[in-house]
Design a protein around this ligand. Sequence first.
Ligand code: SAM
Length: 346
Amino acid sequence: MTTADPLQLLETDALTGLRGLPDASVQVALTSPPFYLLRRYGTTATWPDGWEGELGHESHPNEFVRHLLDCFDQVWRVLKDDGCLWVNLADTYNNRQGKKGTTNAPDGSNGRFAAGGKGYAESLRQQPEFFKHYIPTIGHKSEIGVPFRFHLAMTDSEFRRFVGAAPGPQWICRRTIVWAKSLVNLETQQARGNAMPEPTLDRPSRNYEFLFLFSKRPDYRFDRKAIDIPARSSIRRGDRANCGSVWQTDYQVLADSDATPDGLWQINPEASPYRHLAMWPRSLVRQMLLPTTRPGDTILDPFAGSGTSGQVAIELGLNAVLIEPSAMARDALSDRLDGLNMALPL
Ligand SMILES: C[S@@+](CC[C@H](N)C(=O)[O-])C[C@H]1O[C@@H](n2cnc3c(N)ncnc32)[C@H](O)[C@@H]1O
């Protein structure tokens, strides 16, 4: 691998990888870190506070937020002053019974187990503490509020201190986007989209995730017109409408194979062969990169997973730096980037 490659893959944990990157070398960082208590990727790392474990499995959500700050403090250094950072996060519930997820990679598996297999279930059984994870300071069945804690710690030095982090960068949160996996029209009672069905009947179902847009400075590079859509009332005049802050990503307009570069993407997260990795829809990545980059810019994803951000970046004429420690994720990454005829440094 040379620095001239449009795609650099660092096979290590986010903090180690970020520490080795030069100052002000990236225009946009975009990422989806592991969500708190949601999955196991088998990626243990050592953190500056001495804790050794897998990000997202700290005993309290504030410790998780502190570890995210460790990473995003480094992203601040690596980002250009007029650059920006997109972070995708969703919440989870506190549960006295603990977690019963089956999509998690057990410790030591290095992410190589397929969810549901016999060896997988057996390995999970040997980790009873994972199933019993309960946060005593938060009520049984309560939403934990992880995205809100993170937003506050990134933007308010007082809250940063509250989660136990040393003084550090103060981000500006420019917008919280709702990534809607389904939308319900209350008037017509019609639903569209493909959020995961949920059996829980004593609350509305979960059908969205948050996407935070952060900048280092009040003035930064963002061209909203790049993602505005034709206004229905004024198509003939060519007006564009504000793209809004609720993003629905299940368009069924063009196939992936369609040659038109500016078309909408067909998105179906459930059909992804890498779904155990919580893969991003490509349209979501395009939506983040179109208003914030110009061809030739470098983007960074410190929790790259199957490399969706890298694939879209290359297709948009950008350079990408991806960090990913899990072998399973890198297999997916190599598989999908083969389609781009790219030689990967694996
Ligand atoms: C939500 S997934 C990212 C999915 C990605 N956006 C995609 O489209 O495929 C989070 C990724 O973070 C990785 N990860 C877990 N702990 C990490 C760490 N300490 N440093 C870097 N990556 C880590 C996991 O292996 C997983 O692939």
